[in-house]
Design a protein around this ligand. Structure first.
Ligand code: ADE
Length: 234
């Protein structure tokens, strides 16, 4: 999979050099390219923002550098219509089903906004070349899209075959079946007065599976009842 990230803080994305995603890049499973939006400015100050029409607090990202950066990335795309993901608190909420869908795409492009956001005209313009998705990590406000991109690239990247060593570990995970994950334990079986639930030491795999499912349901009911109100995802 090819991933391009456009940001005014390319160093922020250096975390993509390490851990599972870093290894996937070294192994050739992921081709991640980070671009500095300021490379697409033409003034001495490399200006990427300006004051908002209509007044109001903060600054808005100018459309011109975005258009040039996106044109350059689109021209270099391995596909006809790459997917453009724009992290923003006013997008639809990113989820495991969306991560699964995006993991099937050949080329993802992330546009990291800062300040009060990107000039709105960039999105209909970009829709001529890209499938544009505005996505939010959740109902809170970050300073920019970079942290959201790190989260989304990790969530998508780990679903690409070969990125996670043991593919079975992908299945038994919170949100994969629409429920939270069951609790996990390792040795020692008794630790500072806390014991591992005896069923896990029983060797009875049928019983263990039933217990784990019950734990998943109970946890989800307690912590995320909203998930139980939704249609289960396959
Ligand atoms: N940029 C700023 N806040 C964000 C959020 N909650 N999700 C995604 N991108 C953002």
């Amino acid at each position: 999979m090819r991933i391009d990230v456009i940001s005014i803080f390319p160093d922020y994305l250096s975390a993509l050099d390490i851990s599972l995603i870093g290894r996937a890049r070294q192994d050739g499973l992921l081709d991640v390219r980070v671009h500095d939006l300021r490379e697409y400015t033409h003034d001495r100050h490399r200006t990427v923002d300006d004051t908002p029409y209509g007044g109001g607090a903060g600054m808005v990202m100018k459309p011109e550098p975005w258009a040039e950066a996106l044109e350059a990335v689109a021209a270099d795309s391995p596909v006809e219509r790459p997917t453009l993901l724009v992290p923003t608190p006013s997008g639809t909420v990113f989820s495991q089903p969306l991560a699964r869908e995006l993991a099937e795409h050949e080329h993802l492009v992330f546009a990291c906004g800062r300040y009060e956001g990107i000039d709105e005209r960039v999105f209909p313009w970009a829709a001529e070349r890209f499938d544009v998705r505005l996505v939010s990590l959740g109902d809170y406000v970050l300073n920019g899209g970079e942290v959201a991109v790190l989260a989304m690239v990790e969530a998508v990247g780990r679903l690409i075959p070969g990125v996670v060593g043991n593919p079975e570990s992908l299945v038994e995970e919170s949100h994969e079946d629409g429920l939270l994950e069951y609790p996990v334990y390792t040795k020692p079986s008794s630790w500072r007065g806390h014991d591992v639930p005896p069923v896990l030491l029983s060797g009875d795999h049928g019983k263990i599976a039933v217990w784990r499912r019950a734990q998943q349901l109970e946890r989800t009911r307690q912590r995320r009842p909203d998930l139980l109100a939704e249609e289960p995802s396959a």
